[in-house]
Ligand binder design. Structure first.
Ligand code: KIV
Ligand code: ZN
Length: 538
Protein backbone atom coordinates (compact mmCIF):
# COMPACT_ATOMS: atom_id res chain seq x y z
CA UNK A 1 0.00 0.00 0.00
CA UNK A 2 1.28 3.50 -0.77
CA UNK A 3 0.17 6.93 0.42
CA UNK A 4 -0.57 10.05 -1.64
CA UNK A 5 3.17 10.83 -1.89
CA UNK A 6 4.06 7.38 -3.12
CA UNK A 7 5.73 6.15 0.09
CA UNK A 8 4.81 3.01 1.96
CA UNK A 9 1.84 3.88 4.18
CA UNK A 10 2.75 3.23 7.82
CA UNK A 11 1.79 -0.37 8.44
CA UNK A 12 1.94 0.00 12.23
CA UNK A 13 0.65 2.79 14.23
CA UNK A 14 0.57 2.66 18.03
CA UNK A 15 -2.32 4.51 19.63
CA UNK A 16 -2.30 7.55 17.31
CA UNK A 17 -1.15 6.89 13.75
CA UNK A 18 -0.64 10.59 12.98
CA UNK A 19 1.39 11.43 16.08
CA UNK A 20 5.18 11.32 16.09
CA UNK A 21 6.53 11.25 19.64
CA UNK A 22 9.62 13.34 20.35
CA UNK A 23 12.05 11.53 22.63
CA UNK A 24 14.72 14.01 23.60
CA UNK A 25 18.14 12.64 24.47
CA UNK A 26 20.02 15.95 24.87
CA UNK A 27 20.68 15.12 28.52
CA UNK A 28 21.90 11.57 27.83
CA UNK A 29 23.38 10.96 24.35
CA UNK A 30 23.94 14.73 23.93
CA UNK A 31 25.73 14.98 27.24
CA UNK A 32 27.93 11.97 26.35
CA UNK A 33 29.68 14.02 23.64
CA UNK A 34 33.13 15.31 24.64
CA UNK A 35 32.92 18.87 25.94
CA UNK A 36 29.15 18.76 26.55
CA UNK A 37 28.91 17.40 30.09
CA UNK A 38 26.46 19.28 32.31
CA UNK A 39 26.07 19.82 36.03
CA UNK A 40 22.83 18.85 37.77
CA UNK A 41 21.81 22.55 37.77
CA UNK A 42 22.65 22.80 34.07
CA UNK A 43 20.60 19.69 33.31
CA UNK A 44 17.64 21.15 35.19
CA UNK A 45 17.79 24.34 33.12
CA UNK A 46 17.72 22.29 29.90
CA UNK A 47 15.02 19.96 31.30
CA UNK A 48 12.76 22.95 32.02
CA UNK A 49 13.27 24.12 28.44
CA UNK A 50 12.29 20.61 27.23
CA UNK A 51 9.20 20.70 29.43
CA UNK A 52 8.23 24.05 27.88
CA UNK A 53 8.73 22.51 24.42
CA UNK A 54 6.32 19.74 25.46
CA UNK A 55 8.54 16.84 24.36
CA UNK A 56 7.00 13.41 24.98
CA UNK A 57 10.03 11.85 26.70
CA UNK A 58 13.12 13.34 28.36
CA UNK A 59 16.00 10.87 28.56
CA UNK A 60 17.67 12.48 31.53
CA UNK A 61 20.80 10.32 31.73
CA UNK A 62 22.31 6.91 32.28
CA UNK A 63 21.69 6.36 36.00
CA UNK A 64 24.15 3.49 36.45
CA UNK A 65 27.01 5.35 34.76
CA UNK A 66 27.97 7.36 37.87
CA UNK A 67 26.55 8.83 41.07
CA UNK A 68 26.46 12.20 39.32
CA UNK A 69 24.34 10.76 36.50
CA UNK A 70 22.04 9.03 39.00
CA UNK A 71 21.55 12.30 40.92
CA UNK A 72 20.88 14.25 37.75
CA UNK A 73 18.22 11.79 36.53
CA UNK A 74 16.61 11.82 39.98
CA UNK A 75 16.65 15.63 40.16
CA UNK A 76 14.93 15.83 36.75
CA UNK A 77 12.42 13.17 37.85
CA UNK A 78 11.67 15.18 41.04
CA UNK A 79 11.34 18.53 39.27
CA UNK A 80 9.81 18.06 35.83
CA UNK A 81 6.15 17.24 35.33
CA UNK A 82 4.62 16.50 31.94
CA UNK A 83 7.02 14.55 29.75
CA UNK A 84 7.92 10.97 30.68
CA UNK A 85 11.27 10.92 32.47
CA UNK A 86 13.56 8.19 31.23
CA UNK A 87 16.87 6.65 32.18
CA UNK A 88 19.03 4.48 29.97
CA UNK A 89 20.21 1.10 31.32
CA UNK A 90 22.31 -1.71 29.87
CA UNK A 91 20.46 -5.00 29.68
CA UNK A 92 21.48 -6.18 33.15
CA UNK A 93 19.75 -6.38 36.53
CA UNK A 94 21.93 -3.87 38.34
CA UNK A 95 21.65 -1.21 35.64
CA UNK A 96 17.90 -1.68 35.35
CA UNK A 97 17.36 -1.48 39.12
CA UNK A 98 19.46 1.67 39.38
CA UNK A 99 17.58 3.31 36.49
CA UNK A 100 14.23 2.45 38.07
CA UNK A 101 15.31 3.98 41.40
CA UNK A 102 16.45 7.17 39.64
CA UNK A 103 13.18 7.76 37.76
CA UNK A 104 10.98 6.74 40.71
CA UNK A 105 9.91 10.30 41.76
CA UNK A 106 8.53 11.13 38.29
CA UNK A 107 4.78 11.00 37.72
CA UNK A 108 5.34 9.51 34.25
CA UNK A 109 8.35 7.24 33.74
CA UNK A 110 10.11 5.23 31.07
CA UNK A 111 12.89 2.68 31.34
CA UNK A 112 15.12 2.40 28.27
CA UNK A 113 17.28 -0.70 28.07
CA UNK A 114 19.64 -1.80 25.28
CA UNK A 115 22.07 -4.41 24.03
CA UNK A 116 24.27 -4.57 20.92
CA UNK A 117 22.97 -6.91 18.22
CA UNK A 118 25.24 -6.49 15.16
CA UNK A 119 28.00 -9.06 14.39
CA UNK A 120 30.75 -6.63 15.42
CA UNK A 121 29.04 -5.87 18.76
CA UNK A 122 28.26 -9.55 19.41
CA UNK A 123 31.75 -10.79 18.60
CA UNK A 124 34.13 -7.99 19.58
CA UNK A 125 32.32 -6.35 22.49
CA UNK A 126 29.85 -8.79 24.07
CA UNK A 127 31.42 -12.13 23.10
CA UNK A 128 27.93 -13.59 22.87
CA UNK A 129 26.19 -15.69 20.25
CA UNK A 130 22.92 -14.71 18.58
CA UNK A 131 21.07 -17.27 20.76
CA UNK A 132 22.64 -15.97 23.97
CA UNK A 133 21.58 -12.43 23.13
CA UNK A 134 18.00 -13.55 22.39
CA UNK A 135 17.84 -15.36 25.72
CA UNK A 136 19.15 -12.30 27.54
CA UNK A 137 16.63 -10.01 25.79
CA UNK A 138 13.81 -12.33 26.81
CA UNK A 139 14.91 -12.67 30.46
CA UNK A 140 15.88 -9.07 31.16
CA UNK A 141 13.11 -7.28 29.25
CA UNK A 142 10.70 -9.44 31.29
CA UNK A 143 12.56 -8.42 34.44
CA UNK A 144 12.38 -4.73 33.44
CA UNK A 145 8.66 -4.97 32.61
CA UNK A 146 7.95 -6.46 36.02
CA UNK A 147 9.60 -3.40 37.60
CA UNK A 148 8.43 -0.61 35.25
CA UNK A 149 5.20 0.02 33.38
CA UNK A 150 6.74 1.60 30.28
CA UNK A 151 9.77 -0.17 28.80
CA UNK A 152 11.65 0.74 25.64
CA UNK A 153 14.12 -1.71 24.15
CA UNK A 154 16.97 -0.70 21.80
CA UNK A 155 18.95 -3.03 19.56
CA UNK A 156 22.23 -1.13 19.54
CA UNK A 157 23.83 -0.94 16.07
CA UNK A 158 20.56 -2.28 14.61
CA UNK A 159 21.43 -0.92 11.18
CA UNK A 160 24.45 -3.26 10.85
CA UNK A 161 22.50 -6.22 12.25
CA UNK A 162 21.29 -9.02 9.95
CA UNK A 163 17.66 -8.16 9.05
CA UNK A 164 16.01 -11.48 9.92
CA UNK A 165 17.94 -11.66 13.19
CA UNK A 166 16.99 -8.06 14.03
CA UNK A 167 13.33 -8.96 13.52
CA UNK A 168 13.75 -11.94 15.86
CA UNK A 169 15.31 -9.68 18.51
CA UNK A 170 12.45 -7.17 18.16
CA UNK A 171 9.78 -9.88 18.42
CA UNK A 172 11.48 -11.36 21.50
CA UNK A 173 11.54 -7.95 23.23
CA UNK A 174 7.89 -7.33 22.32
CA UNK A 175 6.81 -10.74 23.62
CA UNK A 176 8.70 -10.00 26.83
CA UNK A 177 6.65 -6.80 27.26
CA UNK A 178 8.51 -3.87 25.63
CA UNK A 179 6.05 -1.41 24.07
CA UNK A 180 8.58 0.80 22.28
CA UNK A 181 11.24 -0.72 20.04
CA UNK A 182 14.09 1.56 19.10
CA UNK A 183 16.17 0.95 15.98
CA UNK A 184 19.38 2.95 16.33
CA UNK A 185 21.78 3.81 13.55
CA UNK A 186 24.49 3.88 16.20
CA UNK A 187 27.31 4.69 13.78
CA UNK A 188 25.44 6.96 11.34
CA UNK A 189 25.89 4.57 8.42
CA UNK A 190 22.46 4.26 6.82
CA UNK A 191 20.80 6.12 3.96
CA UNK A 192 17.20 7.41 3.76
CA UNK A 193 16.03 4.77 1.26
CA UNK A 194 17.40 1.96 3.45
CA UNK A 195 15.70 3.43 6.51
CA UNK A 196 12.25 3.60 4.92
CA UNK A 197 12.68 0.06 3.67
CA UNK A 198 13.87 -1.36 7.01
CA UNK A 199 11.12 0.32 9.05
CA UNK A 200 8.44 -0.80 6.58
CA UNK A 201 9.75 -4.37 6.96
CA UNK A 202 9.89 -4.31 10.78
CA UNK A 203 6.65 -2.46 11.44
CA UNK A 204 4.83 -4.68 8.92
CA UNK A 205 6.00 -7.82 10.74
CA UNK A 206 5.32 -6.77 14.35
CA UNK A 207 2.16 -6.21 16.43
CA UNK A 208 0.41 -2.88 15.83
CA UNK A 209 0.33 -1.72 19.46
CA UNK A 210 4.12 -1.34 19.47
CA UNK A 211 5.68 2.06 18.71
CA UNK A 212 8.79 1.83 16.55
CA UNK A 213 11.39 4.47 17.31
CA UNK A 214 14.36 5.75 15.34
CA UNK A 215 17.68 6.95 16.79
CA UNK A 216 20.18 8.30 14.24
CA UNK A 217 23.72 9.57 14.47
CA UNK A 218 25.09 12.14 12.08
CA UNK A 219 28.44 10.68 11.02
CA UNK A 220 27.58 11.09 7.33
CA UNK A 221 25.38 14.15 7.89
CA UNK A 222 22.17 12.18 7.31
CA UNK A 223 20.71 11.84 10.82
CA UNK A 224 17.71 14.10 10.20
CA UNK A 225 17.02 12.75 6.70
CA UNK A 226 17.33 9.18 7.97
CA UNK A 227 14.99 9.82 10.91
CA UNK A 228 12.36 11.34 8.63
CA UNK A 229 12.77 8.44 6.20
CA UNK A 230 12.18 6.01 9.09
CA UNK A 231 8.98 7.91 9.90
CA UNK A 232 7.90 7.38 6.27
CA UNK A 233 8.44 3.68 6.89
CA UNK A 234 6.24 3.66 10.02
CA UNK A 235 8.41 4.90 12.93
CA UNK A 236 6.34 6.98 15.34
CA UNK A 237 9.03 8.16 17.74
CA UNK A 238 12.13 10.18 16.85
CA UNK A 239 15.05 10.25 19.27
CA UNK A 240 16.83 13.54 18.90
CA UNK A 241 18.75 16.28 20.69
CA UNK A 242 18.61 20.06 20.82
CA UNK A 243 21.15 21.60 18.41
CA UNK A 244 21.85 18.03 17.24
CA UNK A 245 24.40 17.36 19.99
CA UNK A 246 25.42 13.76 20.72
CA UNK A 247 28.17 11.17 20.40
CA UNK A 248 30.78 12.07 17.72
CA UNK A 249 29.04 14.09 14.97
CA UNK A 250 25.87 14.20 17.06
CA UNK A 251 22.27 12.97 16.98
CA UNK A 252 19.31 13.91 14.85
CA UNK A 253 18.64 17.59 15.56
CA UNK A 254 15.34 18.03 17.41
CA UNK A 255 14.58 21.43 15.89
CA UNK A 256 15.29 20.27 12.33
CA UNK A 257 13.17 17.11 12.58
CA UNK A 258 10.27 18.93 14.26
CA UNK A 259 10.27 21.86 11.85
CA UNK A 260 10.56 19.53 8.84
CA UNK A 261 7.44 17.68 10.00
CA UNK A 262 5.62 20.93 10.69
CA UNK A 263 6.71 22.95 7.62
CA UNK A 264 6.18 19.99 5.26
CA UNK A 265 2.99 18.72 6.85
CA UNK A 266 1.62 18.64 3.31
CA UNK A 267 4.18 15.90 2.58
CA UNK A 268 4.41 13.94 5.85
CA UNK A 269 0.83 14.39 7.09
CA UNK A 270 2.01 13.93 10.69
CA UNK A 271 2.09 15.99 13.88
CA UNK A 272 4.21 16.35 16.98
CA UNK A 273 3.08 17.96 20.25
CA UNK A 274 6.00 20.39 20.28
CA UNK A 275 5.36 24.07 21.00
CA UNK A 276 7.69 25.25 18.24
CA UNK A 277 7.87 28.80 19.65
CA UNK A 278 9.96 27.34 22.50
CA UNK A 279 12.61 25.94 20.13
CA UNK A 280 14.93 28.94 20.02
CA UNK A 281 14.83 29.59 23.80
CA UNK A 282 15.71 25.89 24.36
CA UNK A 283 18.57 26.07 21.89
CA UNK A 284 19.94 29.21 23.56
CA UNK A 285 19.56 27.65 27.03
CA UNK A 286 21.57 24.61 25.95
CA UNK A 287 24.26 26.76 24.34
CA UNK A 288 24.53 28.76 27.57
CA UNK A 289 24.67 25.71 29.83
CA UNK A 290 27.25 23.86 27.71
CA UNK A 291 29.12 27.00 26.67
CA UNK A 292 28.99 25.93 23.04
CA UNK A 293 27.72 28.67 20.78
CA UNK A 294 25.09 27.78 18.19
CA UNK A 295 26.86 27.74 14.80
CA UNK A 296 25.81 30.81 12.84
CA UNK A 297 24.63 28.78 9.85
CA UNK A 298 22.80 26.11 11.89
CA UNK A 299 19.38 25.31 10.37
CA UNK A 300 16.40 26.68 12.33
CA UNK A 301 18.30 28.20 15.30
CA UNK A 302 21.51 29.68 13.84
CA UNK A 303 21.80 33.45 13.67
CA UNK A 304 21.75 33.31 9.88
CA UNK A 305 18.73 30.99 9.64
CA UNK A 306 16.34 33.90 9.12
CA UNK A 307 18.82 36.63 8.23
CA UNK A 308 19.20 38.25 4.85
CA UNK A 309 22.11 40.43 3.89
CA UNK A 310 22.31 40.25 0.09
CA UNK A 311 20.62 43.33 -1.39
CA UNK A 312 18.52 41.32 -3.86
CA UNK A 313 17.23 39.02 -1.10
CA UNK A 314 16.53 41.95 1.23
CA UNK A 315 14.51 43.66 -1.48
CA UNK A 316 12.45 40.50 -1.96
CA UNK A 317 11.93 39.88 1.77
CA UNK A 318 10.89 43.49 2.38
CA UNK A 319 8.30 43.14 -0.41
CA UNK A 320 7.06 39.74 0.81
CA UNK A 321 8.90 37.51 3.33
CA UNK A 322 7.79 34.39 1.45
CA UNK A 323 10.18 35.19 -1.43
CA UNK A 324 13.08 33.79 0.59
CA UNK A 325 11.56 32.31 3.78
CA UNK A 326 9.70 29.02 4.22
CA UNK A 327 9.14 29.53 7.96
CA UNK A 328 8.56 32.53 10.22
CA UNK A 329 11.32 33.28 12.69
CA UNK A 330 8.55 33.85 15.26
CA UNK A 331 7.28 30.30 14.76
CA UNK A 332 10.50 28.98 16.33
CA UNK A 333 10.60 31.74 18.94
CA UNK A 334 13.42 33.69 17.35
CA UNK A 335 13.60 37.50 17.41
CA UNK A 336 12.39 38.52 13.97
CA UNK A 337 14.85 41.20 12.94
CA UNK A 338 15.77 39.30 9.81
CA UNK A 339 17.33 42.06 7.80
CA UNK A 340 21.01 42.22 8.65
CA UNK A 341 22.63 45.37 7.43
CA UNK A 342 26.03 44.66 5.96
CA UNK A 343 28.14 45.32 2.93
CA UNK A 344 25.75 43.46 0.63
CA UNK A 345 22.71 45.45 1.70
CA UNK A 346 21.02 47.95 -0.56
CA UNK A 347 19.16 51.24 -0.11
CA UNK A 348 15.76 49.55 0.37
CA UNK A 349 17.01 47.77 3.47
CA UNK A 350 18.73 50.85 4.86
CA UNK A 351 15.61 52.98 4.29
CA UNK A 352 13.39 50.35 5.88
CA UNK A 353 15.59 50.14 9.00
CA UNK A 354 15.79 53.94 9.29
CA UNK A 355 11.97 54.13 9.06
CA UNK A 356 11.53 51.47 11.71
CA UNK A 357 13.76 53.58 13.98
CA UNK A 358 11.41 56.57 13.56
CA UNK A 359 13.28 58.56 10.90
CA UNK A 360 11.86 60.15 7.81
CA UNK A 361 13.85 58.16 5.30
CA UNK A 362 13.44 60.31 2.21
CA UNK A 363 15.08 59.17 -1.01
CA UNK A 364 17.50 62.14 -0.87
CA UNK A 365 18.50 61.45 2.72
CA UNK A 366 19.18 57.78 2.01
CA UNK A 367 21.17 58.67 -1.14
CA UNK A 368 23.21 61.12 0.94
CA UNK A 369 24.16 58.68 3.69
CA UNK A 370 24.53 55.59 1.52
CA UNK A 371 28.27 56.05 0.71
CA UNK A 372 29.02 56.48 4.44
CA UNK A 373 26.90 53.39 5.18
CA UNK A 374 28.87 51.33 2.65
CA UNK A 375 32.19 52.57 4.08
CA UNK A 376 31.06 51.56 7.56
CA UNK A 377 29.75 48.18 6.37
CA UNK A 378 33.12 47.45 4.76
CA UNK A 379 34.87 47.91 8.09
CA UNK A 380 32.55 45.87 10.33
CA UNK A 381 30.61 42.63 10.17
CA UNK A 382 27.19 44.17 10.78
CA UNK A 383 25.77 47.68 10.83
CA UNK A 384 23.71 47.97 14.01
CA UNK A 385 20.61 50.05 14.81
CA UNK A 386 22.87 52.37 16.76
CA UNK A 387 25.02 52.90 13.66
CA UNK A 388 21.93 53.71 11.59
CA UNK A 389 20.85 56.26 14.19
CA UNK A 390 24.27 57.86 14.03
CA UNK A 391 24.21 57.90 10.22
CA UNK A 392 20.75 59.46 10.16
CA UNK A 393 21.66 62.11 12.75
CA UNK A 394 24.98 62.84 11.06
CA UNK A 395 27.00 61.87 14.13
CA UNK A 396 28.93 58.99 12.74
CA UNK A 397 31.82 60.93 11.19
CA UNK A 398 32.73 62.83 14.33
CA UNK A 399 31.49 60.45 16.99
CA UNK A 400 33.52 57.28 17.11
CA UNK A 401 32.69 56.61 20.79
CA UNK A 402 30.76 53.54 21.64
CA UNK A 403 28.76 55.26 24.43
CA UNK A 404 28.97 57.26 27.63
CA UNK A 405 29.44 54.52 30.25
CA UNK A 406 32.67 52.82 31.38
CA UNK A 407 32.75 50.01 33.95
CA UNK A 408 35.15 50.68 36.82
CA UNK A 409 34.62 47.75 39.19
CA UNK A 410 32.53 44.59 39.28
CA UNK A 411 32.16 42.36 42.37
CA UNK A 412 30.13 39.17 41.99
CA UNK A 413 29.07 37.03 44.96
CA UNK A 414 27.56 33.56 44.81
CA UNK A 415 28.74 32.22 48.20
CA UNK A 416 25.94 34.01 50.06
CA UNK A 417 24.27 33.06 53.36
CA UNK A 418 21.03 31.04 53.41
CA UNK A 419 18.00 33.04 52.33
CA UNK A 420 20.19 35.53 50.42
CA UNK A 421 20.32 35.60 46.67
CA UNK A 422 23.51 35.97 44.64
CA UNK A 423 24.38 39.61 44.16
CA UNK A 424 26.66 41.99 42.27
CA UNK A 425 28.12 45.38 43.12
CA UNK A 426 28.98 47.44 40.03
CA UNK A 427 30.69 50.82 39.74
CA UNK A 428 30.44 52.75 36.47
CA UNK A 429 31.71 56.13 35.34
CA UNK A 430 29.91 58.46 32.93
CA UNK A 431 31.74 60.61 30.35
CA UNK A 432 30.47 63.70 32.19
CA UNK A 433 32.72 62.66 35.13
CA UNK A 434 30.00 61.31 37.45
CA UNK A 435 30.40 57.89 38.99
CA UNK A 436 27.86 55.57 40.60
CA UNK A 437 27.90 52.28 42.52
CA UNK A 438 24.86 50.02 42.76
CA UNK A 439 24.36 46.62 44.39
CA UNK A 440 21.64 44.30 43.07
CA UNK A 441 20.48 40.76 43.71
CA UNK A 442 19.58 38.32 40.95
CA UNK A 443 18.93 34.71 39.97
CA UNK A 444 22.70 34.48 39.51
CA UNK A 445 25.58 36.93 39.94
CA UNK A 446 25.73 37.88 36.25
CA UNK A 447 22.01 38.48 36.17
CA UNK A 448 22.51 40.70 39.24
CA UNK A 449 25.32 42.60 37.49
CA UNK A 450 23.06 43.27 34.49
CA UNK A 451 20.41 44.69 36.85
CA UNK A 452 23.03 46.94 38.48
CA UNK A 453 24.25 48.23 35.09
CA UNK A 454 20.66 49.08 34.09
CA UNK A 455 20.04 50.85 37.39
CA UNK A 456 23.15 53.02 36.98
CA UNK A 457 22.58 53.83 33.29
CA UNK A 458 18.86 54.47 33.86
CA UNK A 459 18.07 52.18 30.94
CA UNK A 460 15.43 49.49 31.32
CA UNK A 461 17.22 46.72 29.40
CA UNK A 462 16.33 43.04 29.20
CA UNK A 463 18.89 40.48 28.13
CA UNK A 464 17.57 38.51 25.14
CA UNK A 465 20.60 36.40 24.24
CA UNK A 466 24.08 36.10 25.61
CA UNK A 467 26.58 34.12 23.58
CA UNK A 468 29.92 33.16 25.02
CA UNK A 469 32.54 31.49 22.88
CA UNK A 470 36.15 30.64 22.99
CA UNK A 471 38.15 29.51 20.02
CA UNK A 472 40.24 26.69 21.43
CA UNK A 473 42.44 26.66 18.30
CA UNK A 474 43.41 30.23 18.92
CA UNK A 475 46.39 31.13 21.15
CA UNK A 476 44.25 33.87 22.64
CA UNK A 477 42.79 32.55 25.89
CA UNK A 478 40.15 35.27 26.12
CA UNK A 479 36.42 34.68 25.90
CA UNK A 480 34.23 36.42 23.32
CA UNK A 481 30.81 37.56 24.50
CA UNK A 482 27.93 38.97 22.51
CA UNK A 483 24.83 40.30 24.25
CA UNK A 484 21.53 41.25 22.65
CA UNK A 485 19.58 43.58 24.92
CA UNK A 486 15.99 44.70 24.45
CA UNK A 487 15.04 48.24 25.44
CA UNK A 488 11.36 48.89 24.82
CA UNK A 489 10.77 47.60 21.33
CA UNK A 490 14.34 47.98 20.12
CA UNK A 491 17.27 45.60 20.36
CA UNK A 492 20.93 46.48 20.76
CA UNK A 493 23.97 44.31 20.40
CA UNK A 494 27.19 44.64 22.37
CA UNK A 495 30.35 42.61 22.06
CA UNK A 496 33.41 42.22 24.28
CA UNK A 497 36.49 40.04 24.71
CA UNK A 498 37.87 39.41 28.20
CA UNK A 499 39.95 36.83 30.05
CA UNK A 500 37.20 36.06 32.54
CA UNK A 501 33.82 34.75 31.38
CA UNK A 502 31.83 36.92 33.80
CA UNK A 503 33.81 40.05 32.87
CA UNK A 504 33.18 39.31 29.18
CA UNK A 505 29.44 38.86 29.76
CA UNK A 506 29.10 42.10 31.75
CA UNK A 507 31.29 44.07 29.32
CA UNK A 508 29.16 42.92 26.35
CA UNK A 509 26.02 43.91 28.25
CA UNK A 510 27.49 47.36 29.05
CA UNK A 511 28.44 47.79 25.36
CA UNK A 512 24.80 47.11 24.37
CA UNK A 513 23.52 49.50 27.05
CA UNK A 514 25.93 52.15 25.71
CA UNK A 515 24.49 51.63 22.22
CA UNK A 516 21.01 51.99 23.68
CA UNK A 517 21.91 55.17 25.61
CA UNK A 518 23.31 56.87 22.48
CA UNK A 519 20.47 55.72 20.21
CA UNK A 520 17.60 56.45 22.58
CA UNK A 521 18.97 60.00 23.15
CA UNK A 522 19.28 60.57 19.39
CA UNK A 523 15.79 59.18 18.79
CA UNK A 524 14.33 61.47 21.50
CA UNK A 525 16.01 64.42 19.85
CA UNK A 526 14.66 63.32 16.46
CA UNK A 527 11.09 63.05 17.74
CA UNK A 528 11.41 66.47 19.46
CA UNK A 529 12.52 67.92 16.11
CA UNK A 530 9.60 66.22 14.33
CA UNK A 531 7.17 67.76 16.82
CA UNK A 532 8.51 71.31 16.45
CA UNK A 533 8.44 71.26 12.61
CA UNK A 534 6.26 74.13 11.24
CA UNK A 535 2.90 72.80 10.10
CA UNK A 536 2.56 72.36 6.35
CA UNK A 537 0.39 75.00 4.71
CA UNK A 538 -2.58 73.38 3.00
O1 KIV B 1 23.38 5.21 19.48
C1 KIV B 1 22.88 4.28 20.14
O2 KIV B 1 22.83 3.11 19.72
C2 KIV B 1 22.38 4.60 21.46
C3 KIV B 1 21.57 3.56 22.14
C4 KIV B 1 21.99 3.36 23.53
C5 KIV B 1 20.11 3.91 22.01
O3 KIV B 1 22.56 5.71 21.94
ZN1 ZN C 1 23.10 7.14 20.34
Amino acid sequence: MTDANGAAAPPQAGPDARHVAIFDTTLRDGEQAPGFSMTVEGKLIVARALQALNVDVIEAGFAAASDGDFNAVRAVAETIDGPRICSLARLDERDIERAIRAIEPARRRRLHTFIGTSPIHREAKLKMTQGEILARVDRLVRFACAEADDVEFSAEDAIRTERDYLLEVCRTAIEAGATTINIPDTVGYSTPEEMTDLFSYLTGACPKHVVFSVHCHDDLGMAVANSLAAVRGGARQIECAINGIGERAGNCSMEEAVMALSTRRDFFGLDTRIDTTKIYPASVALARVTRHAIPRNKAIVGKNAFAHEAGIHQHGVLADKRTYEIMDAESVGMPSNSIVLGKHSGKHALASRAKSLGFEATKDRIEAIFPEFKRLADTCREVTDADVVKLMTGRLAHDGRSGPWRTRRIELRTDVEDEMRPYARVTMKHDDGSRDTVQCEGGGPIDAAFAAVCAIAGVNGRIVTLELSHNADDDDTRVDAEAVVEVGERRYTGAAREVDVADAAVAAFVAAINQAAVSEAALDEQSRRNQTKPEAVA
